[in-house]
Design a protein around this ligand. Structure first.
Ligand SMILES: NC(=O)c1ccc[n+]([C@@H]2O[C@H](COP(=O)([O-])OP(=O)(O)OC[C@H]3O[C@@H](n4cnc5c(N)ncnc54)[C@H](OP(=O)(O)O)[C@@H]3O)[C@@H](O)[C@H]2O)c1
Length: 258
């Protein structure tokens, strides 16, 4: 018997859909039948992705979003629901990183990472949840999903990216707090903690000699591909994961276990 996750009739908002993991998440959700709303600052890239999804028979919308700007979050989510309809699934994925030792972190570095990864992720989830909660009150059986993209760096300390680790540890704990408060409204809040996957956030590092050394220290001496998260993403997005709430799940090729 084959089982596949069917997201037909669902509306999914993916933040940070303009590159890397978010781009893949949007394609996978669309392939499973969801209507996807693509959100980030680089709108031209989102339009290209929309065209690609539509060419494959899927449905996609584009919304400009800067997660460091509270007004932008509010207007983007309102825009998403006007364009596509009520959001069933949020993939809270936008993120940035910097590379330096903690001793060298400036207030600007700190704000850059925290305003996006922690504050931004919090208010995107909160704004979406307000709407989900309002709908749940009229329809207690309704299922909603929030999938926070944390990192293995939120579970263990990785070299040179200490402030990023702090921001992702906050996302891990935020996921549990949200699960506890919002579970009663049918919102399941879970986190994916990916290991190293080569994308724009880290490609220059992995192309360097230091980056190559780091790859050699990984359990299987390899990086992941964005598609390595497909199965976990689909599970957490689908109704079949209704008993999963507050779960922090690694997809890291064994990094956190090491
Ligand atoms: N790649 C990895 O190894 C890895 C491992 C663990 C966790 N992660 C996490 O996975 C998520 C995606 O990262 P990635 O690897 O796909 O990196 P990426 O290719 O650099 O993508 C980051 C995305 O975040 C968006 N973004 C950044 N600042 C934003 C802002 N102020 N407002 C809205 N969107 C913003 C970017 O879009 P715009 O520039 O268009 O706004 C971009 O689409 C991040 O949260 C990252 O921390 C990645």
């Amino acid at each position: 018997m084959g089982i596949e996750f069917n997201l037909e009739g669902k509306i999914a908002l993916v933040t940070g859909a303009s590159s890397g993991l978010g781009n893949r998440f949007a394609k996978v959700l669309a392939k499973a039948g969801a209507q996807v709303v693509l959100a980030s600052r680089r709108v031209e890239r989102l339009k290209e992705l929309r065209a690609e999804i539509e060419a494959g028979g899927g449905a996609a919308h584009v919304v400009a979003l800067d997660v460091t700007d509270y007004a932008s979050i509010k207007s983007a989510i309102a825009h998403a629901e006007t364009e596509a309809g009520p959001i069933d699934i949020l993939v809270n994925n936008s993120g940035v990183s910097t590379t330096q030792r903690l001793i060298d972190v400036t207030p600007e570095d700190y704000a850059f990472v925290m305003d996006t990864n922690q504050r931004g992720a919090f208010f995107v989830a909160q704004e979406t949840a307000k709407r989900m909660i309002a709908r749940a009150k009229g329809d207690p059986g309704k299922q909603h999903r929030i999938i926070n993209i944390a990192s293995v760096a939120g579970l263990r300390v990785l070299p040179q990216i200490g402030i990023y680790c702090v921001s992702k540890a906050a996302v891990v704990h935020m996921t549990k707090s949200m699960a506890v408060e919002w579970g009663r409204y049918g919102i399941n809040v879970n986190a994916i903690c990916p290991g190293y996957i080569k994308t724009e956030i880290n490609e220059s590092h992995f192309d360097s000699e230091q980056g190559q050394q780091l790859i050699n220290m990984l359990p299987r001496k390899r990086l992941g591909e964005p598609e390595d998260l497909d199965g976990l993403l689909l599970l957490l997005a689908a109704d079949e994961s209704r008993f999963m709430n507050g779960a922090i799940i690694t997809a890291d090729d064994g990094m956190a276990a090491y």
